[in-house]
Design a protein around this ligand. Structure first.
Ligand code: V47
Ligand code: SF4
Length: 384
């Protein structure tokens, strides 16, 4: 009996399974039903089916590093363990253009393909400052893809510079910006957003920036911060808005669910979700977001073993080598306090999950295919 014909006791779940196996889109109510009633085994099997239909065993990673220009931020998101503008001013950093170029130059002889620029929203780091950074990076290393600035950072920069979103994005694109990361989305629903991050760009503003980027030919990612005070219906509402925009523009590459971590922030009293809940989240995202090509597990936040596990629950991308260049998650209590993996470690991690590692560029162009996992290559003891 093939997996498609396995009978399911719950007729509603059976209907959802039939839809998935027939390549049909599930409704919001069905998505909610999966969150409420779908076991990990059930949603995992459906998500894995979709993942294998779309990508077979291919699991992407890239070679990248991060620049975090500052951890000072004018906003006060309650879940953030990173911002140091007021409360812990002594631990704040603020990099000059030259200091950021020193980071870029450190990779001069390394085969990295992407720099991911993301940080706090600093009142003095304005549009011109960042345009100059982009130009300098491109002049120094034209082949490096620059993925930079969340919609939150962009919204602030553009408003300060008195530019429309389109003008601002055109300006940064001209300076060398090629794609946008997915951060700052959090949860779009205003009733939750006003409790966790009231003062930054709202959901409509976030979507408008991404839509405009798509219209200008820039691809972007989307995130969702889950597992705090939101309910399942808010997750569905968030993903519905992403799915609708993707229907219009087709400009999203990857959906990245971000698990809320509770160390050292104003929401430390909110317990973190369990591993089962995290894996169900990945799986349901894979099922619901039928028009997103990729679902990514961000390993510095999840930890490498859990990221490896997610490859059986709909995930087909585990981000990059990162080289210990981000602090956002380690400061929030993530397992990975110094996130860095060699290419060999990433390849091995993927092969241990019996998947096929493929190094990609930011826009999913294939750089190197490492082939299917073979028993000989996979060293079980090498992961800790
Ligand atoms: O928007 C902040 C999140 C995001 C916490 O596009 C937290 O490829 C959990 O968006 N617990 C920024 N999450 C990082 C981001 C990202 C990361 C990797 C890849 C890509 C991509 C994008 O970090 C913020 C916020 O949602 N965050 N604090 C926390 N305590
Ligand atoms: Fe600032 Fe981003 Fe932290 Fe919010 S999540 S306080 S916007 S650094």
């Amino acid at each position: 009996m093939s997996i498609q014909t396995l009978p399911v006791a719950d007729s509603q779940l059976q209907k959802i399974a039939d839809k998935v196996y027939n390549g049909q889109r599930i409704s919001d109510e069905e998505g909610l039903y999966l969150f409420e009633h779908g076991s990990l085994a059930f949603v995992g099997a459906l998500a894995n089916y979709i993942r294998e239909q779309k990508h077979g065993n291919i699991t992407y990673f890239n070679r990248n590093f991060h620049i975090e220009p500052t951890n000072a931020c004018v906003y006060s998101c309650h879940f953030c363990s990173y911002s140091r503008l007021y409360a812990h001013r002594d631990e704040a950093w603020e990099l000059s253009l030259e200091q950021m170029m020193d980071i870029v130059r450190k990779y001069d002889n390394e085969p990295v393909t992407e720099v991911h620029i993301v940080g706090g929203v600093h009142p003095k780091m304005n549009l011109e400052f960042f345009a100059e950074l982009l130009r300098k990076i491109k002049a120094h290393r034209p082949d490096l893809h620059i993925k930079g600035f969340t919609a939150v950072e962009l919204d602030y920069m553009f408003r300060k510079a008195k530019k429309t979103v389109r003008e601002g994005l055109e300006y940064l694109k001209e300076a060398g910006l090629e794609s946008l990361p997915g951060g700052g989305a959090e949860i779009f629903a205003p009733e939750i957003r006003k409790q966790i991050c009231a003062d930054k760009v709202d959901g409509q503003g976030w979507l408008h920036i991404h839509q405009t980027a798509h219209e200008l030919g820039m691809q972007t990612n989307a995130t969702m911060l889950f597992g705090h005070i939101e309910k399942f219906e808010h997750r569905i509402d968030h993903m519905r808005q992403l799915r609708e925009l993707q229907d219009k523009t087709g400009g999203f590459n990857t959906f990245i669910p971000l698990k809320f971590r509770n160390k050292d922030n104003d929401m430390s009293h909110v317990p973190e979700t369990s591993l089962i809940e995290d894996m169900r989240m990945y799986a349901i995202a894979r099922i619901y977001l039928d028009n997103f090509p990729h679902v990514k597990a961000y390993w510095p936040m999840l930890g490498r073993q859990n990221a490896q596990l997610s490859l059986s629950f709909g995930v087909n991308d585990i981000d990059g080598t990162i080289d210990d260049t981000t602090k956002i998650y380690s400061m929030a209590g993530a397992e990975e306090q110094n996130p860095s993996m060699t290419t060999e470690e990433l390849v091995n991690l993927i092969k241990q999950a019996k998947r096929r590692p493929v190094e990609r560029g930011t826009l999913y162009n294939i750089i190197k295919d490492y082939g299917e996992a073979s028993a000989v290559e996979v060293n079980i003891a090498s992961l800790n």
